[in-house]
Design a protein around this ligand. Structure first.
Ligand SMILES: [Zn+2]
Ligand SMILES: [Zn+2]
Length: 343
């Protein structure tokens, strides 16, 4: 089968690999129907993910049809349509039992990083009962494509930010994960949602699809936040951009005693200037997604509360995935997300 392989730092290549097989009784083999490219794939390409193993098939965001299951799998059967979870997790260890599946002692982000992922025709999914979310009949593959990764991240970011209806929430970055975060922040109906994004077409996208959110440039951000909060600053800031100065923006625009949630994956170290923020008494929450709410998210899609299909601005067959990568990496042609389908 064809698989996009991390061959060397800076290089992904479409190669031929054998079709994956069941190796553990908790595994499932999934025939990929749609896959997407995530900015984490670019981080792997840039060598910013030290765990990524050369030779691995990349891709950790996809839907498919279950082809085969190991004898311990109970949640899905061959023929089921499923979304694949970015996190591989056992469901039983100290962290999993507390919902911290990103820190599962026998898992975490493995697919498309430490084990073969889904920018391929088939993928092996370990702990399939946890790693696969069945797709209801009224939900298309396109609607379900982001459930296991960026939408799970947006849902988790909104959840851990503990948003109330009184809050002014500032989301930094209207890239794909920022937009998924916006989708999920809306579920908490906060008083104001401000989205800070330098790219004009992305601000326009926010205004068109999310009229209840206020899209601003980085230059307008501080003034807008202050105007809406009696000069206090945002109650909740969610940093999804991962730019060179966006970490600083996040805490600067937060009011004293605010929660600042950092979802972004930075390519370089950030500075936490504690003397400058002394007395501001901020709470920081950081890290990678605990993607343990995928069934709930799928349900929210099924009842029409979440719709991320407008994020798919480009589609390519797997044989032309390199074109999708170059558009995605350059952020050209107003791309938000590319969906890759099998040839
Ligand atoms: Zn990702
Ligand atoms: Zn675990």
């Amino acid at each position: 089968m064809k698989a996009l392989t991390f061959t060397a730092p800076g290089k992904f290549k479409l190669t031929d690999k054998p079709k994956p097989q069941i190796v553990d009784p908790a595994d499932a083999i999934v025939r990929v129907t749609l896959a997407s490219i995530c900015s984490s794939d670019l981080h792997i390409m840039h060598g910013a993910v030290p765990q990524a193993v050369p030779g691995v098939t990349v891709g950790h965001e996809m839907t498919g049809i279950v082809e085969a299951v190991g004898r311990d799998v109970t949640k899905v059967r061959p023929g089921d349509r499923v979304a694949v979870n970015v996190e591989t997790y056992c469901g039983e260890c100290f962290y999993c039992r507390r919902g911290y599946v990103n820190n599962c002692t026998s898992g975490g982000w493995k697919l498309g990083c430490r084990i073969d992922g889904g920018q391929a025709e088939y993928v092996r999914v370990p702990f399939a009962d946890n790693g696969l979310t069945p797709i209801p009949d009224n939900v298309s593959d396109s609607s379900a494509l982001f459930v296991g990764d960026i939408l799970a991240t947006g849902y988790w970011a909104a959840k851990i930010s503990e948003i109330s209806e009184e809050d002014t929430v500032l989301i930094i970055g209207a890239g794909p994960t920022g937009l998924c975060t916006l989708e999920c922040v809306r579920l908490y109906t906060p008083r104001n949602i401000i989205v800070c994004e330098p790219d004009e077409s992305r601000r326009r996208f926010v205004s068109e699809h999310y009229p209840q959110a206020i899209a601003v440039t980085p230059e307008q951000c501080g003034e807008t936040v202050r105007a809406l909060t009696d000069n206090r600053g945002a109650d909740r800031v969610i940093e999804v951009a991962g730019g060179t100065d966006t970490f600083q923006m996040a805490w600067l625009h937060a009011r004293p005693n605010a929660t600042v949630t950092i979802v972004a994956l930075y390519e370089s170290n950030q500075t936490l200037p504690l003397p400058m923020m002394y007395g501001k008494n901020l709470t920081f929450k950081t890290g990678g997604v605990d993607a343990c709410d995928c069934d709930k998210i799928m349900q929210l899609i099924s009842i029409g509360k979440i719709d991320t299909t407008p994020l798919i601005t480009h589609t390519f067959p797997l044989s032309r995935i390199n074109e999708a990568y170059s558009i995605f990496a350059d952020k050209s042609d107003n791309i938000i997300k590319a969906a890759i389908y099998p040839d």
